[in-house]
Design a protein around this ligand. Sequence first.
Ligand code: FE
Ligand code: FE
Ligand code: MG
Length: 167
Amino acid sequence: MGTRGREIIGMDVDKLLEMLNKAFASEWLAYYQYWLGAKLIKGPMKDAVAAELNLHATEELSHATLLAGRIIQLGGTPALGPSDWLKLTPCKYDAPADPYVAVLLDQNIAGEQCAISTYKAMMDATKDKDMVTYNMALTILEQEVEHEEDLQSLREDLDLMVNRGAK
Ligand code: FE
Ligand code: FE
Ligand code: MG
C-alpha cells in the first residue's frame, strides 16, 4: 500500500481493517439476500418490489467493491470466501425461506437498519482519523438510508393495498 497514505491514518490500521472486512462480509450477504429474494418473491406488488430488490442487490455489490478497494489500499485482504462472511458479519443473514413480499421486505428492512448502524459506527470511529474511509462510509451510508426508506415505503403501500382492498 501507499506509505504516506497509511501514515496519515490516526488510528490502529488493523482495527480499521477488521471493521472494513466486517462491513465487506455484510455487503456480500446483503447482495445475496436481495438477489435471491428478487427471484423467489411472491404476492401483491411483487414486480415492483422485485425491481427494487434487484437494484439494491446491485448497489450492495458496489458497496462491496468500495470496501474491497479500501481494504487492499490499506494493505489488508478482503474476506477470502463465503464461509468467512457469516463469521464476520455483525448483521444477520435472513434466508428468503418465506417468499411472501411482506416477509422479504421486513427482512431486508432489518438488514438495512443493521447496515445503517454499521456505517454510522464506521464514521464515528474514523472521524478526524481517516478521512478517506470516513468519506467512503458516508457515501455508503447515504445509500443505505435511501434503501431503508425505499423498502419502508413499499411496505406501507403493500399494507394500504392489502388492508383497504379487503374493505
Ligand atoms: Fe450496502
Ligand atoms: Fe442497502
Ligand atoms: Mg432503491
